[in-house]
Design a protein around this ligand. Structure first.
Ligand SMILES: Cc1cc2nc3c(=O)[nH]c(=O)nc-3n(C[C@H](O)[C@H](O)[C@H](O)COP(=O)(O)O)c2cc1C
Length: 339
């Protein structure tokens, strides 16, 4: 049975080699991190949400975010916007000017700045609008279009099934759903019962999302909820080997051990180097500060290194700090009595 859970599947005409998708995360899933995720076995990676207006006005920072590395296919570019015209224009740009395999529409972002422009989760209040927007985008592009949504706006407005069916009617090739409402933000538990109803109602693949933290969670999302694939977000931050663990578990039922602390440091250093390669030394180091504590979490005696990294500004300085810490850690681990 487990090997079935590892079989390739399709979004439109794009083959996804396994069942694990890395969630779009603003400030996290840039091309540097996406390649690392790919190397650890992600079947599909999704970029950070990108503004339709930023694309239309050719804002340089936005255009930089559209960069696709040849090593990360298949990958999906997520766009957001509140008006049909601009969303369609942005989708056409992604379709014609980038090598992304899939275009994803954000219908889940809970942030006020986004919802007050009628974008993100605001759509969840109106299945007719979901249909209209998705139909307009799918009619304008060649690449498959997917939609990422939450279950609803708040407890009173949970139109998960209606919205998913509307997106399907509009031509969406798959739906990723996070089992929380907009009002919940990240509080409480993701509601997998609603995801189960959605999986049963739609014919296109459901990518189940929300609180998939372990390989066993992933298996449950596939077998009990009936999702075609799982989407993992926070669990992957500073922890990309969870992707290998999960794909391996789904394929074989065997749980691989966690990597040694030294391996985590090596991956953190690779992440730093990739960020600097992608964004230059200044921005790469800034962005690495946001990510490094996820790698160091739970590793003994890392506090001082974490603090020092927060004020380091060059790749040399940061690499030295990580190398010095690796040396100290090796000495500390060797000095511990063997049990
Ligand atoms: C830091 C961060 C940034 C996020 N950015 C986006 C985004 O750009 N687009 C989006 O659709 N969802 C975004 N999300 C939501 C995630 O894609 C995902 O739905 C959510 O984290 C639940 O999955 P998880 O429990 O596996 O983390 C973000 C989440 C986090 C934690």
């Amino acid at each position: 049975m487990p090997s079935q859970l590892a079989a390739p599947w399709k979004i439109g005409d794009v083959t996804i080699p396994d069942r694990v998708v890395v969630a779009p995360m603003a400030g996290v899933t840039d091309a540097a991190f996406r390649i690392i995720c790919k190397n650890f076995g992600a079947g599909l990676v999704v970029c950070e949400m990108i503004s339709d207006k930023g694309i239309m006005y050719h804002n340089q920072k936005t255009l930089d975010m559209l960069f696709v590395d040849p090593k990360e296919h298949p990958m999906s570019i997520q766009i957001y916007g509140g008006a049909k015209e601009t969303l369609v224009q942005a989708a056409k740009f992604v379709d014609q000017q980038t090598s992304a395999d899939i275009i994803d529409i954000n219908m889940g972002c809970p942030v006020n700045k986004v919802t007050k422009t009628d974008a993100g989760a605001k759509w969840l209040l109106d299945p007719d609008k979901v249909y209209e927007m998705v139909a307009a985008v799918t009619a304008a592009v060649h690449k498959p279009v997917t939609v990422k949504m939450r279950t609803g706006w708040d407890d009173e407005h949970v139109y998960a099934v209606e919205n998913a069916l509307a997106a399907e009617r509009g031509g969406a090739a798959a739906i990723a759903m996070h089992g929380r409402t907009r009002q919940q933000l990240y509080r409480g538990k993701a509601d997998w019962e609603i995801l189960k109803q959605v999986a049963a109602a739609i014919k296109i693949p459901l990518i189940g999302n929300g609180d998939v933290r372990t390989p066993a969670d992933a298996q449950q999302m596939l077998t009990e909820v009936g999702a075609t694939a799982v989407m993992m977000g926070r669990a992957v931050q500073g922890n990309p080997w969870i992707l290998t663990q999960t794909t391996h578990y789904l394929a074989t039922g065997e749980l691989l051990p966690l990597p040694a602390p030294m391996t985590k440091l090596t991956i953190a250093t690779e992440h730093l180097q990739r960020l600097v390669g992608l964004k230059g030394e200044h921005q790469g180091c800034q962005d690495f500060r946001e990510q490094v504590s996820y790698y160091l979490k739970g590793i003994p005696r890392s506090t001082r290194t974490k603090v020092a990294l927060m004020s380091a500004t060059s790749v040399g300085e940061m690499t030295d700090l990580l190398d010095d810490y690796a040396d100290q850690l090796a000495t500390y681990l060797a000095s511990r009595p063997v049990k």
